[in-house]
Design a protein around this ligand. Structure first.
Ligand SMILES: NC(=O)c1ccc[n+]([C@@H]2O[C@H](COP(=O)([O-])OP(=O)(O)OC[C@H]3O[C@@H](n4cnc5c(N)ncnc54)[C@H](OP(=O)(O)O)[C@@H]3O)[C@@H](O)[C@H]2O)c1
Length: 248
């Protein structure tokens, strides 16, 4: 089946950099009008829009601020930019152990990663239903199914999102909207650049991954594009690891 997204509008949250940026660029290549998003109007965000070309635009919002998230949804509706394809990719991540996390950090992780997604879904799904075709793609994490030391808060936020995604899949299947989650393993981005620059650590991690390498943002973008396309029309409520076999 042809992967053609002409006439579709896609919002990719957290698309100034990393997986989100690659996903936005891929969707634009397939013909979608892509709304790139970042916390602030950074040069990276502007360059993503420029690279995607005509029709693309940028919006900003700090997902740690629920008013800003609601304002972003309002802006989309006011400007007739209700997405056909919603890629919920933005997240914050910190290494906090169960023995030493602070409530403030717990709330920041859950509000930014989980509540922001719920606010966007609450605002946008009723409008998306009117189009009788839609795609919601969550960018989760292998840590949502495979706990790791010091990632309990981040991992449980990702696990919560998986439950929310499945619920959204059930609620919206009758309206032609599919909802799926991709579960990246280790993908080389800004987020883990410092940690992976430690060669010994990087090699020990690769040794645990059956394919003995990290993934690329482009590989994630291909999976997101597939799920966004008509080729994935009968897939909903699912989670797809993209982790070189690390989940096995
Ligand atoms: N990289 C990995 O190995 C890996 C593995 C598993 C899962 N994931 C998941 O994949 C997704 C993308 O990860 P990545 O590595 O590509 O991320 P990244 O390179 O760290 O980029 C993060 C993106 O999220 C935005 N962002 C950061 N804080 C935000 C906030 N408070 N509110 C709104 N947006 C915010 C950033 O915008 P600014 O540029 O404006 O800061 C940027 O666009 C995340 O959900 C992550 O949990 C990644």
């Amino acid at each position: 089946m042809e992967m053609n997204l002409s006439g579709k509008t896609a919002l990719v949250t957290g698309s100034s950099r990393g997986i989100g940026r690659a996903a936005g660029l891929k969707l634009a290549t397939l013909g979608a009008k892509v709304i790139f998003h970042g916390v602030t109007a950074s040069e990276k965000l502007a360059s993503a829009v420029a690279e995607a070309g005509e029709g693309s635009l940028a919006l900003t919002a700090d997902f740690g601020d629920m008013v800003a998230v609601a304002n972003l949804a309002d802006t989309l509706m006011e400007r007739s930019l209700v997405p056909d394809i919603l890629v919920l990719n933005a997240s914050v991540q910190s290494y906090t152990g169960l023995g030493n996390f602070e409530s403030e950090e717990f709330l920041r992780m859950f509000r930014t990663n989980v509540e922001s997604s719920c606010i966007l879904l609450k605002a946008l799904l009723p409008e998306m239903r009117k189009k009788a075709w839609g795609r919601v793609i969550f960018v989760g994490s292998i840590n949502g199914i495979q706990p790791a030391p010091r990632l309990a808060i981040y991992g449980s936020a990702k696990a919560a999102l998986m439950n929310i995604a499945k619920t959204a899949a059930l609620e919206n299947a009758p309206y032609g909207i599919t909802v799926n989650t991709i579960l990246p393993g280790v993908i080389e981005t800004d987020r883990n650049a410092a940690a992976l620059s430690n060669a010994e650590f990087a090699e020990s991690l690769k040794a645990q991954i059956p394919m003995h390498r990290f993934g690329t943002v482009e590989e994630c973008a291909e999976l997101i594009a597939f799920l966004a396309s008509d080729a994935a029309s009968y897939i909903t409520g699912d989670e797809i690891p993209i982790a070189g076999g690390w989940q096995v």
